[in-house]
Design a protein around this ligand. Structure first.
Ligand code: PAP
Length: 309
């Protein structure tokens, strides 16, 4: 038996959906395929002070923010979005960079032009100290729990593993509420970065999908200032906002593609579904909405974070 299999067998295991299960590392549930690379990120990743890390719980706006951050940082090559899926332009530490057994692109100088931009779904509770000590910039996006749940449920059913049987919505709701979800429970994930952003506002920028949607332009300007590369003309900001909008991005062939990326068994087009706020109303009944709202009051509001309903 492979040592890796033995290692997997030694980790706590919990059924997730169908035949699929999750493994636990330090109290956090992860999809088994990524356990080795997550451990590599935790043990080997040394952030540089000018790195930009986009952190998020899955399905909270990662793809959108990848395209915005890439465009803000690489202004002269923002048209790369026409031919490249945002997930290929901004690689995930655990799903792409450390999944390959090669060294990741290492840049040692502090030249802003060669800034590294990565994403991660790993909760702050695990790499927090490494991120803090490097003094790098972290941008965290979150989204209201009910829309996140519905988006995750839909996405999971587009996964190749869905051939083994679909994930029904009732089961997804149960797992969400019982906190057996990949990348720690949604609430713990958000609160981990929320608290860190209050403690280190110069290093961690916290934004919600809904605020970004309501006023993308203001947030793009704030993000550029936070990253130390402010805009000097409004037209460029407007151009970036437009070029990263759902309508424009989802019209590109590369984002409409049914091909699978090399690093995940889900087609490229499944990262673009509707891109709206409040879609959960089309899927969740009143009882479920109240159940999740109660959880939100308990996990967010009681901690002083008045968000999520
Ligand atoms: P990931 O964590 O797997 O990378 P992520 O990008 O965070 O997924 O979430 C995908 C959601 O963002 C989808 O939401 P939906 O299922 O409710 O539709 C997707 O449609 C939405 N999305 C993708 N691109 C954009 C965009 N440019 N503007 C707004 N929403 C977007």
């Amino acid at each position: 038996m492979e040592p890796l299999h033995e290692f997997h067998l030694s980790l706590p295991k919990e059924n997730w959906w169908g035949d699929n299960y999750l493994n636990q590392i330090n109290g956090v549930w992860f999809v088994p395929k990524f356990v080795p690379s997550i451990l590599r990120v935790l043990n080997e990743f040394k952030p540089l002070s000018n790195d930009v890390i986009l952190a998020s719980f899955p399905k909270t706006g990662t793809t959108w923010l990848k395209s915005l951050l890439f465009s803000i940082i690489n202004r002269s090559s923002k048209e790369s979005l026409v031919d490249n899926h945002p997930h290929e332009l901004v690689p995930s530490l655990e799903m792409q960079v450390f999944e390959k057994y090669e060294s990741y692109p290492l840049v040692t100088d502090n030249d802003l032009d060669s800034r590294r931009l990565f994403s991660t779904h790993i909760p702050y509770q695990l790499p927090g100290k490494a991120l803090d000590s490097a003094n790098c910039r972290v941008v965290y996006i979150t989204r209201k729990p009910k829309d996140t749940l519905v988006s995750m449920w839909d996405f999971t059913n587009k996964w190749k593993a869905a051939e083994k049987g679909s994930w029904n919505l009732e089961e997804a709701i149960e797992k969400f509420c019982s906190r057996i979800f990949p990348c720690v429970s949604y609430y713990d994930h958000v609160m981990g970065f929320k608290k860190a952003s209050l403690e280190k506002p110069k290093n961690i920028f916290f934004v919600t999908y809904e605020d970004l949607m309501m006023d993308t332009k203001t947030h793009v300007k704030r993000l550029a200032e936070f990253l130390g590369c402010p805009f000097d003309n409004e037209e460029e900001v407007e151009e970036i906002v437009k070029s990263c909008s759902f309508d424009i991005l989802s019209s590109y062939e590369v984002n409409k593609s049914r091909d699978f990326p090399s690093w995940f068994q889900v087609p490229y087009n499944s990262f673009f579904r509707q891109g709206v706020v409040g879609d959960h109303k089309n899927y969740l009944d009143a009882k479920t909405i109240e159940r999740i709202d109660a959880l939100t009051r308990d996990k967010f509001h009681a901690a002083g974070f008045m968000y999520g309903i």
